[in-house]
Design a protein around this ligand. Structure first.
Ligand code: SAH
Length: 462
C-alpha cells in the first residue's frame, strides 16, 4: 500500500517541516496490523516527495493477532494488504497526525497556506468507474488523474480491474489534503477493518470540518463512511446541517418591512397546504422536513386530521417543534394524534408508510440535486401516500427581492428552480410513479416572474 505526496514550491524540502518528518531519516511506525514506513525518494529544491508505505501482515489479518484468541478480520485470500483502504487512513492519522491538525512549529505560515501538492494513491479500489473518484475529489478543487488496468492482459474479455492508480493535484493546505484522503479513501473502498460506532461520527466530523458540509456528495460520503448504518448516518447529518426554518430563512437579513412580507408569505403558504390537504380529504398526514413544526401546529388544531407525524433530520428543530406543539401538556387523546420522528428523507424508512398525504414545505431545495432521486424513491415509490404536496422557491421571483441570478434565498439551499424547472421535475416524477400533478402559485403573482413560492400537488391515480 503506497501513498506519495509531492510538493513543488521552492524550497521543496520544506515538506519535511510541514510533515514533521526529516527527509534524510527514514522512519518506521508500528500499527495494529503491520508497519508504516516513511521515506523520501526525491528531495530537490524544486520537488520533494514523501512516501508512506504500509506493510500489512496478511497472516495476522487472516488468523488474528499472534497470541490472541480472537479470530482474523478477513479470509486468507483477500486484497487488504495491497490496496488503499481504511488501513491507510489509520496510518495517515498515526504518522501525519500533527500535520493533520495544521500545526507546524517551524513553518506555521506554510501550514496555513494553500500550496501545490500532488498525492499519488496506488491501488485505490473503486466499484464503478473513475467517475466516482472524480465526484468525490473534483468538488474539492483537485485535478484527478486515474490509470486503470486490465484484470489480465492475456484475457482481455475479463475486463478491467476495479483498482486504480490515482493522482490528485491541487493547491490546498496540507492539512486539508490529508483530511480529504483520510475520509475519502475508505469511502471509495467498501470494507472497513474496524467496527463502526458512534466514535466514527466524531472522527468523520472532525476531519470533515470546513469541507464536508458544503460538499455536493456529503450524503453519499457520510452514508458510505458510516457503512449506511441509518441511525449513525442520521446523527451525523443532524450534527452537520445547519438549523433552518422556512420562515426564518426567508426573513433572513432583510429590512423589517420586507421581512414582514416574507413572514406573511410563510403563513399564506402553510394556509394553502392545509387547504389542499383538506380538499384531498387527507386524515393521516406526514410532514417531511417539518422543521420547528409550524404546519403541524396548524394541523393539530383541526380535528379532521386524525394522525400526524413530523420528520426532520435535525434534533434541535425537533426539540423546538416539541415545545411549539406543547407535546408534554397535551391530553392523552391529543398526544396520540401526533408523533415526531428523527430521520432523513433520502433513506428508505418503514415509518413513512401508511399516510394519506405527505408534505414537503420548502425542503427539497435543501437536498443536493443528485439526492433527489433517492427522495423520489423513498417517497413516491415506497411510502406512496395518496397525496404529496411539495413547495419550493420560484427562482425567477428572486429578482424582486433584489437578488442576482446567481444568489439563492438561503445559504443552505442547494438549488432553486424556475417555474419551468420545477414543472419538468414534477411532471417527470408524476409520470414515473403513477401520479397526476397540478401546480399552485403561492404569494402575490408578478405578471412577469410569477409568485414567490411554487407548489405542486401530486395525486395517485387509482
Ligand atoms: N417545513 C418547515 C421547514 C423548512 S426548512 C417549514 O416550512 O418551516 C428545511 C427543513 O428540512 C429543515 O428543518 C431541515 O432540517 C430539514 N432537512 C434538510 N435535509 C433533510 C433531510 N435529508 N432529511 C430530513 N430533513 C431534512
Amino acid at each position: 500500500m503506497l501513498l506519495t505526496i509531492t510538493y513543488t514550491r521552492q524550497p521543496a524540502a520544506d515538506l519535511g517541516y510541514l510533515l514533521h518528518k526529516n527527509p534524510s531519516r527514514p522512519q518506521t511506525f508500528d500499527l495494529s496490523h503491520g508497519q508504516a514506513h516513511i521515506f523520501y525518494p526525491e528531495v530537490t529544491d524544486e520537488r520533494c516527495t514523501v512516501v508512506l508505505l504500509l506493510d500489512i501482515d496478511p497472516l495476522d489479518l487472516a488468523r488474528g493477532k499472534r497470541g490472541s484468541a480472537a479470530g482474523g478480520l478477513f479470509d486468507y485470500v483477500n486484497d487488504r494488504p495491497y490496496v488503499a483502504s481504511s488501513f491507510l487512513s489509520v496510518a495517515i492519522a498515526k504518522v501525519f497526525g500533527t500535520a493533520m491538525t495544521g500545526r507546524c512549529k517551524d513553518r506555521p505560515e506554510l501550514a496555513a497556506q494553500a500550496l501545490p501538492f500532488q498525492a499519488g494513491i496506488v491501488m485505490l479500489p473503486c466499484r464503478g468507474q473513475t467517475a466516482m473518484i472524480r465526484r468525490l475529489f473534483e468538488p474539492l478543487g483537485y485535478t484527478v488523474g486515474a490509470e486503470d488496468y486490465e484484470l489480465d492482459e492475456q484475457f482481455p474479455q475479463w475486463g478491467k480491474s476495479r483498482y486504480f492508480n490515482v493522482t490528485l493535484t491541487a493547491a490546498v493546505r496540507l492539512q486539508d489534503l490529508l483530511r480529504h484522503l483520510y475520509v475519502l479513501i475508505p469511502v471509495l473502498d467498501s470494507d472497513k477493518h474496524y467496527w463502526i460506532g458512534e466514535a466514527e461520527i466524531d472522527k468523520l466530523l472532525r476531519h470533515g470540518e470546513g469541507w464536508l458540509a458544503g460538499h455536493p456528495e456529503r450524503e453519499l460520503i457520510i452514508g458510505r463512511y458510516l457503512k449506511r448504518k441509518r441511525n449513525l448516518v442520521d446523527q451525523a447529518l443532524n450534527r452537520l446541517l445547519p438549523d433552518v426554518s422556512a420562515a426564518e430563512e426567508e426573513a433572513g437579513q432583510l429590512p423589517e418591512e420586507e421581512a414582514e412580507d416574507k413572514r406573511s408569505l410563510n403563513e399564506e403558504r402553510l394556509g394553502t397546504v392545509v387547504a389542499a390537504l383538506k380538499s384531498a380529504q387527507a386524515k393521516r398526514v406526514l410532514d417531511l422536513g417539518c422543521g420547528e413544526g409550524k404546519l403541524l401546529a396548524l394541523l393539530l388544531r383541526d380535528k379532521s386530521f386524525e394522525q400526524l407525524a413530523g420528520v426532520d433530520v435535525s434534533c434541535s428543530a425537533l426539540e423546538r417543534a416539541k415545545s411549539r406543539l406543547k407535546l408534554e401538556r397535551l391530553s392523552d387523546l391529543q398526544r396520540q394524534r401526533i408523533t415526531l420522528l428523527q430521520g432523513s428523507l433520502t433513506y428508505r424508512d418503514q415509518r413513512f408508510a401508511g399516510y394519506d398525504a405527505a408534505t414537503l414545505v420548502e425542503v427539497i431545495e435543501h437536498l443536493d440535486p443528485h439526492r433527489l432521486a433517492a427522495l423520489e424513491q423513498v417517497l413516491f415509490r415506497f411510502a406512496k401516500p395518496h397525496t404529496v404536496i411539495v413547495s419550493t422557491p420560484n427562482k425567477e421571483y428572486n429578482a424582486r427581492y433584489g437578488l442576482t441570478a446567481s444568489d439563492m434565498r438561503h445559504r443552505d439551499h442547494r438549488f432553486e428552480w424556475t417555474r419551468g424547472e420545477f414543472a419538468a421535475w414534477a411532471t417527470r416524477v408524476a409520470e414515473c410513479y403513477g401520479y397526476s400533478v397540478r401546480f399552485m402559485p403561492v404569494g402575490a403573482a408578478d405578471p412577469e416572474v410569477g409568485s414567490p413560492t411554487q407548489m405542486g400537488v401530486f395525486t395517485l391515480w387509482n
